[in-house]
Design a protein around this ligand. Structure first.
Ligand code: OSB
Ligand code: MG
Length: 368
């Protein structure tokens, strides 16, 4: 595939809700969309780096710099066999996985579109629809939290995840569990605790959580393994898993019983497939995480979630939860907690250039 041109769009989309986590609050989603053009076909990738380096060390600004200086020169004006070749060439650039992930995803989309196959099938996905859950931010009060959970349970979401942080944890979970005894419930601390807090985390054992996501620091694999010996609730890792090697280490150490895969966090769909192989071989269930993506990234998430190893509900909920208008058509919507896997070529969605023009702040073009 000769890549003739790349376009990086700086996009800004207001979120319909305040999303508060232990590391910050998002009300407007600012991110990069990458378009790669080859012989009249465009492949699209979303870069999930956020404005600040609080979930990941990457930011919109660092990703845009990496794309411009080091990553797009590996593809623009070149004949690229596919995403695997790019992943090999991009190994010389350390880290910066979210920037790499955008290129990798765009190449997967481009190749599948050229071949007329769906991205889901190209990746080896088998499901017609994927089970989805919802990730609910830290609410100002318990009654507001309960109302938010109720709204999403009524919409049929298959798992409710609550963001927690020190001080807003055991009581919050107890209140939700008392109100909804039967739901599949999880929590996500986004690395807000230390091993010294293990008794608080052990207190969550009483509520039958499916798992607790990333309780400790993103660099604490050994500490997660120690925590796993002290509590009953299974540990799911998000921030700590940046690669298939990380996944292997975490599984080997007993630091993770479940893994959240985010395409951008691990550097793309190619690496996501490698994690799928590692986890599948060890019987470790996966699910697809979310980064409040637009329809571009959401479509890639749904495609990877269609693989058999993604056996727990993901965070890829309905686009209409997040945005009044999305940049793709059809909008990706779940009903009864099931999101259909698009069947069309590539990611199966097309760009709504009318909406894209409205939300694009700046545009960088790279020609051969
Ligand atoms: O930790 O899973 C997380 C959003 C941004 C950064 C980190 C996380 C999240 C979410 C939201 O939980 C998931 C979504 O609805 O896209
Ligand atoms: Mg998480």
């Amino acid at each position: 595939m000769r890549i003739e041109k790349a376009i990086v769009r700086h996009v800004e989309m207001p979120l319909k809700f305040r999303f508060r986590t232990s590391f910050g609050e998002t009300t407007v989603k600012r991110f990069l969309l990458l378009e790669l053009r080859s012989e009249g076909v465009s492949g699209w990738g979303e870069c999930v780096a956020e404005e600040g380096p609080f979930f990941s060390p990457e930011t919109v600004a660092t990703a845009s710099e990496m794309l411009r200086r080091f990553l797009l020169p590996l593809v623009v004006g070149r004949d690229v066999a596919g995403p695997e070749e790019f992943a090999g060439a991009a190994r010389k650039v350390r880290g910066n996985r979210m920037a790499k992930g955008a290129v990798d995803a765009a190449l997967w989309d481009l190749r599948a579109r050229r071949e007329g196959v769906s991205l889901a099938r190209a990746l080896g996905g088998t499901k017609e629809a994927v089970e989805v859950g919802v990730s609910l931010g830290i609410a100002p009060t318990v009654p507001e939290l309960i109302a938010n959970v109720r709204r999403h349970v009524e919409q049929g979401y298959r798992r409710i995840k609550l963001k927690i942080e020190p001080g807003l944890d055991v009581e919050r979970v107890a209140a939700v569990r008392a109100e909804f005894p039967g739901i599949v419930l999880t929590v996500d601390a986004n690395a807000a605790y230390g091993l010294a807090d293990w008794k608080t985390l052990a207190a969550l054992d009483a509520f039958g959580l499916d798992y607790i996501e990333q309780p400790l620091s993103h660099e604490d694999l050994v500490q997660h393994a120690e925590l796993a010996r002290r509590i009953e609730t299974p540990i799911c890792l998000d921030e700590s898993i940046r690669s298939a090697d990380d996944a292997e280490a975490a599984i080997e150490l007993g630091a993770a019983k479940v893994i959240n895969v985010k395409i951008g966090r691990v550097g793309g769909l190619t690496e996501s497939l490698a994690i799928h192989r590692v986890a599948f071989a060890s019987g470790i269930p996966l699910w697809c995480g979310g980064m409040l993506e637009s329809g571009v990234g959401r479509a890639h998430n749904v495609a990877i979630a269609s693989l058999a190893g993604f056996s727990r509900p993901g965070d890829t909920s309905s686009s209409s939860r997040y945005f009044d208008e999305d940049v793709v058509s059809p909008q990706l919507e779940a009903t009864g907690g099931l999101m259909p896997v698009p069947k069309g070529p590539g990611s199966g969605v097309s760009i709504r250039h009318d909406v894209l023009a409205k939300v694009t702040d700046a545009l960088e073009e790279f020609d051969a």
